[in-house]
Design a protein. Structure first.
Length: 315
């Protein structure tokens, strides 16, 4: 049966929580404040885009995503290669984005590239691409195929939440090592990486100048700049970790083992608000959220109902 059969979409458009929960389990979340009708319009647009994509691939055997990325039908990632990634996302966050196609590609833009997801608004279309070597191996350098796919699937699912502050913290929750789970979120956005790279290159340039041009050039201002950036990133990340952990603890008082899945569906502002909330005030907060936002009605339907399946269970 199709994931996007007309009967399911019609029920969801009419506000049927069971149908909306089935789409949620596919990693298709409502945006904050979004109504079912607008959400289903975007899902129908996604379905149409997927059909167009498959038709183009079947007709020509290839598709150009742009930015130098060309997909070939013969390099498609088979469904069984996604199995470990979906086990991770189901276990941690109760979803599997099995509707999104994936391909083996070696892009020209980065020799250290491991994998990413290309996403397209407003139809929520997404394509996973991972390095060609993963067709033959489970690991390459520091990357594992299942971790890469699970990480990128988190970004695809949370796209409607327009997150920045906690986005990488969610995605790195899929990491295989404690170090990546803890430190992967140091860089929230590309500008953070560029800032760190900038001060590091400045230090390297200063050391070269001292060696070849200005022997007495003091190094402490340049080391200080690197230290200041590292301190800033570390302190900010530690603060975010504390907020994230407090929000999860508050949710756990009402959602138990589902707290992580619920937190995954929260916006940055909601996570910050939950961290400030006393556990005794959670029910009133949830009532207000449920009254104002369909997304929270779906969350409560899936994760507070007695019959709700545990993370990692097929729906």
């Amino acid at each position: 049966m199709s994931m996007f059969e007309a009967e399911r979409l019609a029920r969801a458009e009419a506000g049927d929580l069971a149908a909306l929960a089935e789409l949620d389990a596919l990693g298709l979340f409502l945006a904050p404040g979004e109504a079912p009708a607008a959400f289903i319009a975007s899902v129908r647009a996604l379905d149409a885009r997927l059909r167009e994509f498959e038709a183009e691939l079947a007709a020509s055997g290839r598709c150009d995503l742009g930015e130098g990325v060309k997909l070939e039908a013969g390099r498609r990632i088979p469904p069984e290669r996604f199995a470990d990634a979906w086990e991770i996302t189901e276990r941690l966050f109760a979803f599997r984005a099995a509707w999104a196609p994936g391909f083996y590609v070696d892009p020209t833009f980065s020799w250290l590239f491991g994998g990413c997801a290309f996403t397209f608004d407003p139809e929520r279309f997404a394509v996973f691409i991972i390095r060609e070597v993963f067709a033959r191996r489970d690991r390459w350098l520091i990357y594992g195929r299942e971790e890469l796919l699970a990480h990128e699937a988190c970004h695809v699912a949370r796209m409607p939440l327009a997150s920045e502050r906690f986005e990488e913290r969610h995605a790195y929750g899929t990491a295989a090592t404690a170090f990546r789970r803890r430190c992967g979120s140091l860089f929230r956005k590309p500008s953070d990486s560029l800032l760190f790279l900038g001060v590091t290159l400045l230090l390297l340039a200063a050391q070269s100048a001292q060696l070849f041009l200005i022997p007495r050039l003091p190094m402490f201002p340049f080391w200080g700049a690197v230290g200041a950036v590292v301190l800033f990133l570390g302190v900010r990340d530690a603060g975010d970790a504390g907020v994230f952990a407090r929000a999860r603890r508050v949710l756990a008082t009402r959602f138990g083992a589902f707290a992580g899945a619920v937190l995954f569906r929260c916006s940055d502002a909601e996570i910050a608000a939950l961290a400030r909330l006393a556990p005794a005030a959670l029910d009133a907060w949830l009532e207000a959220k449920t009254a104002a936002d369909w997304r929270w009605r779906i969350i409560r339907h899936r994760f507070m109902a007695p019959e709700a399946p545990a993370p990692g269970t097929d729906i």
